[in-house]
Write a protein that binds this ligand. Structure first.
Ligand code: UD1
Ligand code: MG
Length: 451
């Protein structure tokens, strides 16, 4: 049998005013990625699986994020915020294309898993017209309650419309819904706004399914997975839950962490075998760490790839575009950006390496600075294999240091240095024998009181 096709609609038209931020709510990050990115990544993808995102007016930044994560997605604008069912119908054109399964997910529930979304499609295959994702809330206040007759789901009651008895129900609507594509538009178009808020409520689809003589079902999940984010406090809670999961997954994958609770990971961090991460390390998005690498304490790494058996830190900062070859070493108080360090390169202390390529086994002395910026543009520094850059040198880009070349300590290098040459740029040292003794004697004599 052919696999069922799907359309996922993500609702991201939220104003997010309770975040007290000028950033749209769904663009706030959890584990190094926007709330929206997490949801978009959980949505079914590949051939036969379409994606639509409903955004509010003036949300170009949200559209740009959609494009970045899922270029195949179509965006629709909900001009007025008239409720969740109204928002879904903003994507009517996509629904009308008639996928087998329609999934509706909120853009502010970043912990939702791909697996749960797939589970919600299963009852549709068995003849249900609708599946709701339910969870047992520790405090159900504010959520829609699932009304069951026996094991049949008959309606969802919103908090504002619920009786006291209904408010006592702990089984709540997580907000994720799956609909049989053949009935979806018919059901959604029947939803009215005769309720306490005068909004078009998506949860009313459940009662309509009953009226049409069709069947609605519930899939349950844990509360952590469906945490919706409306405030900065909830954002921090979601981060904590997500970090807990990522640390556990890293430990399960064989990463050694001495104090996992102090290590921050991103959802897309990838690890090889026998990786060690010391305490108080922060890893942002886009980081890959190969076999045997060690990340020492207090390092901060974003969009970087760390080669086999490489060593980073303590107190190192790897910024976007850094790539470390096998066995490369980045030591304390070293910052690297847009830098490629081939195998065996050592940059052990107090150094800035930006817009730079360094050939294999080169040694960069303490306090070296690549001066990559002239106040207007960035320029590249190229350092050949096996070169030795003496401590406290400034390499003024654009500049090339040849393979095997030596740079004398304290040099300010502004011109290219050929392979295997020595470049020294500093005044010649002068030595005056006995000068210090004469100087001290003179100063002591001057201080004696005149007789
Ligand atoms: C909703 C559900 C409730 C459920 C809860 C789970 C409705 C009416 N209620 O309530 O049953 O228990 O989620 O968290 O659906 N949105 C739009 N356009 C609109 C309105 C909302 O795009 O016109 C988006 C929001 O950005 C948000 C989502 O839909 O991502 C949910 O809206 P929200 O106002 O947060 O609904 P809740 O009151 O939380
Ligand atoms: Mg909500």
């Amino acid at each position: 049998m052919q696999e069922r096709t799907s359309l996922t609609i993500v609702l991201a038209a939220g104003e997010g005013t309770r975040m007290r931020s000028s950033t749209p709510k769904v663009l706030h990050p959890v584990a190094g990625q926007s709330l929206l990115a997490h949801v978009l990544r959980a949505a079914p993808h590949g051939a036969g699986h379409a994606l639509a995102v409903v955004v509010g007016p003036d949300h170009q930044a949200v559209c740009a994020e959609v494009k970045r994560i899922r270029p195949d997605a179509q965006t629709f604008v909900q001009r007025e915020r008239l409720g969740t069912a109204h928002a879904v119908l903003a994507a009517r054109a996509a629904i009308a294309r008639g996928a087998d399964d329609l999934l509706i997910v909120f853009g502010d529930t970043p912990l939702i898993s791909e697996d749960t979304l797939q589970r919600m499609r299963a009852p549709l295959k068995d003849g249900a017209a609708l599946t709701v994702l339910g969870f047992r809330a520790a405090d159900p206040t504010g959520y829609g309650r699932l009304l069951l007759e026996g094991d049949r789901l008959v309606a969802i009651r919103e908090q504002a419309d619920a009786s006291a008895a209904e408010r006592a129900i702990a089984l709540c609507n997580a907000g994720v819904m799956a609909l049989d594509g053949r009935h979806a538009l018919k059901i959604l178009e029947k939803i009215g706004n005769a309720n306490a808020k005068g909004e078009y409520y998506l949860p009313d689809a459940v009662a309509i399914v009953g009226e049409l003589g069709l069947r609605a079902s519930v899939i349950e999940t844990g509360e952590d997975e469906v945490r919706g984010i409306n405030t900065k406090a909830q954002l921090a809670e979601a981060e904590a839950v997500m970090q807990g999961k990522l640390r556990q997954a890293a430990l399960d994958a064989g990463v050694t962490m001495i104090a996992p609770e102090t290590v921050w990971l991103a959802a897309d961090t990838t690890f090889g075998k026998d990786v060690t991460i010391e305490p108080f390390v922060v890893i942002g998005e886009g980081v890959t760490i190969a076999d045997g690498a060690v990340i020492h304490a207090f390092s901060h790494i974003v969009q970087a790839s760390i080669g086999k058996n490489a060593s980073v830190g303590p107190y190192a900062r790897l910024r976007p575009g850094t790539s470390l070859g096998e066995g490369a070493r980045i030591g304390n108080f070293v910052e690297a950006k847009a830098a490629t360090l081939e195998a065996g390169v050592k940059v052990n202390h107090l150094t800035y390496i930006g817009d730079t390529s360094i050939g294999a086994n080169a040694n960069i002395g303490a306090g070296t600075i690549t001066c990559n910026y002239d106040g207007f543009a960035k320029h590249r520094t190229t350092i050949g294999a096996g070169a030795f850059v003496g401590s406290n040198s400034s390499l003024v880009a654009p500049v090339k240091i040849g393979s095997g070349a030596y740079i004398g300590s304290g040099s300010v290098i502004t011109r290219d240095v050929p392979d295997n040459a020595l470049a020294v740029e500093r005044t010649a040292q002068t030595v005056r024998e006995g000068w210090a003794a004469r100087y001290r004697e003179m100063k002591t004599r001057d201080r004696k009181p005149k007789s």
